[in-house]
Design a binder for this molecule. Sequence first.
Ligand SMILES: Cc1cc2nc3c(=O)[nH]c(=O)nc-3n(C[C@H](O)[C@H](O)[C@H](O)COP(=O)(O)O)c2cc1C
Length: 251
Amino acid sequence: MSIIEINDENFPFVAEENEQRCVLCGHCEAVCPSLALKHHRLPAMRTICQDKLHEINPESLSEYFCSRRSIRTFLPQPVDKPILEKIFEAVRYSPTGINQQQNKWIVISKPERIRQLSCAVIDWMRTMIDAQDQLAIYLNFQVLVSSFEQGEDVICRGAGNLVIGYTDASYTGGTIDSVIATAHLELLLPSYGLGGCWAGFAMIALGYSQEVRNIVGLNESHAVRSALMVGYPKYSYAKIPYRNAAAIHWL
Ligand SMILES: Cc1cc2nc3c(=O)[nH]c(=O)nc-3n(C[C@H](O)[C@H](O)[C@H](O)COP(=O)(O)O)c2cc1C
């Protein structure tokens, strides 16, 4: 935000008139190698453990990224709250536009509530099919409804938990902040023996339908930005599937 200046004694300072532009990102304090700075509006910061950082090497982290897969078959048990709390403790450090930190979450862990949500999403799909909405045709809602009627939960896929990311509807940076945070969340899961899958259909229905939003206690002042099934994978993957080469235009 260009608010730090250097005085005649080569010391950094923030002029009073610039203070209101501070977004509390904490970088000024965090970057100081001699730990000399203390931001007066921020609580005490943790010091980075360099040894721990060096335990992660590019090869193993890249292999980890490539091995992440969407999980669609889960063991029935939900993930215990303390594990999810640990995960969110790391997720809250994901970047947000102008350091807004407005991400909010709903975690559903009761199987009957997840089932209720899946049913509501399917009901909404039925109304979209009846209205001959283009979205219903494009996303094959009829196939999904038929599978659901035959007993397969194609919405939440038997996951033990459903995580919903939302913000106030008025926050314009909400989608991007929440999607980044949810991607961090998904990437953290395998390190806990967990897996996830984006719940795109639930996400769309939560965006369109107040009846669906009612099930998770959200109203029109909220905007659902992401949804992720979370749980213990029933199967593991032996191979990394083919993906397109990165499309990069080097300048
Ligand atoms: C925004 C988004 C929405 C998705 N929604 C669903 C969904 O509702 N159901 C589902 O089974 N998979 C869903 N997926 C998973 C994708 O199908 C999956 O990421 C893709 O096939 C690639 O597989 P991979 O994640 O294992 O690499 C979604 C993924 C994204 C990014």
